[in-house]
Design a protein around this ligand. Structure first.
Ligand code: CP3
Length: 368
């Protein structure tokens, strides 16, 4: 696929269930759509079996494997959307950094960025089609193989979250190495965030050209910033991403809803609801009614059941879901967890969550 060449929607099987897309646009649907972050993941025995003995990023680079892993959860549960199997750390790889997934430890950068001079190690101009073409191929293949059952979501990490990984070199409790840059090297920090933003915009446009029907931007490390730091080092870049992606899509007469998930960013709810994203994703620490109030009906909301509620017995899950639905209401709402599924979660309880969302929301819609 050459740059700027758009595959026409009619090339793909027709979409049969558009509840997710309609809810993202703020419309009333017959039932509340539901999907789960990390729905393609280790809680599924078939996922563990398929991934066994294979390197994580090798798997990410195989379009066939990504397609299979994306489809696995759909064979079990009536999810209303699929998310392409990949990882946010393919972007730092595309910029020239080595990233490995170490079993039991998680993502690891053998040579993280230490000082501003290290920015010179990054590719100044990234050939997105060359470096990340495998993700685009995975999306196109999956969009065909999904046979129009549900929409396919593409995604990226947000600049601050990626920057923090690139400097920390892996997971961290304090993120103090990355935050040190913000306080000590603000100019170099902005330089890096801008570089990431440029790559991310092209990457997301490539995903849409390849067939992604919605885009989610993961600012997973928002909560580690305070309000002022978020306003300075995260929000402007989240804005720029949505603005530039939408501008380009408009030129190509395409419309794709965008979701921003800034985990633990309570303080930024109002700002996020005015940041050009159709949907704001919420973690479980925010009360649904309060979130509606603070976002003032400007955006659709997505979330936000505590993933750990899936450890509860099924009847209790049903009650928790009912309560959540009553808090959010059924219009302009996409049910999800407040973060990803954990590997030790019981697939049966995930099924109970999905069923409870559909069942309770259908009842509620009938009573409107
Ligand atoms: C921070 C982050 C990463 N990756 C991602 C984020 C943002 C979301 C969040 O806040 O969790 C995003 C991501 N990672 C993965 C997906 C696939 C789609 C889906 O959600 O189903 C998505 C959307 C696959 C994956 N990415 C990863 C797995 C598990 C590892 C495996 O399959 O071997 C999956 C299914 C690995 C990964 N990748 C990353 C981490 C922290 C880990 C876990 C490491 C561990 O616990 O050992 C970085």
């Amino acid at each position: 696929m050459s740059k700027g060449e758009f595959i026409l929607p009619e090339d793909f099987p027709q979409l049969q269930n558009d509840t997710f897309l309609r809810a993202a646009r703020g419309e009333q649907t017959e039932h509340v759509p539901v999907w789960c972050m990390r729905q393609a993941g280790r809680y599924l025995p078939e996922f563990r079996e398929f991934r066994a003995g294979k390197d994580f990023f090798e798997t990410c680079r195989s379009p066939d494997a990504c397609c299979e892993l994306t489809l696995q959860p759909l064979r079990r549960f009536p999810f209303d959307a699929a998310i392409i199997f990949s990882d946010i750390l393919v972007v730092p790889q595309a910029m020239g950094m080595d990233v490995q997934m170490v079993p039991g430890k998680g993502p690891t950068f053998p040579e993280p960025l230490k000082e501003p001079e290290d920015l010179q190690r990054l590719r100044a101009k990234v050939d997105i089609a060359k470096e990340l073409g495998y993700v685009f191929q995975a999306i196109t293949l999956t969009r065909h193989k999904i046979e129009g059952k549900v929409p396919l979501i593409g995604f990226t990490g947000a600049p601050w979250t990626l920057m923090s990984y690139m400097i920390e070199g892996g997971g961290s409790n304090t993120h103090s190495k990355a935050k040190r840059w913000l306080y000590r090297h603000p100019e170099a920090s902005h330089m890096l965030l801008k570089m990431l933003t440029d790559v991310i915009v092209e990457y997301l446009l490539g995903q849409v050209a390849a067939g992604a029907q919605a885009l989610q931007v993961f600012e997973s490390h928002a909560g580690i910033l305070g309000p002022l730091e978020f306003q300075t080092f995260s929000l402007p870049y989240l804005h720029d991403i949505a603005r530039h992606v939408k501008e380009k899509l408009k030129e190509a007469r395409q419309e794709v809803p965008m979701i921003v998930f800034a985990k633990d960013a309570h303080y930024a709810l109002e700002a996020l609801s005015q940041s050009h994203y159709e949907v704001v994703g919420l973690d479980w620490t925010i009360d649904p009614r309060l979130a509606r109030e603070r976002t003032g009906g400007k955006v659709s909301l997505q979330g936000n059941m505590d993933p750990c509620a899936l450890y509860a017995p099924k009847e209790r899950i049903s009650d928790i879901v009912k309560n959540m639905l009553e808090g959010f209401g059924t219009r302009g709402y996409i049910a999800n967890l407040g973060h990803g599924l954990y590997p030790d979660m019981d697939p049966e309880n995930v099924g109970a969550f999905v069923e409870a969302v559909h069942q309770h929301s259908k009842q509620m819609v009938k009573q409107i």
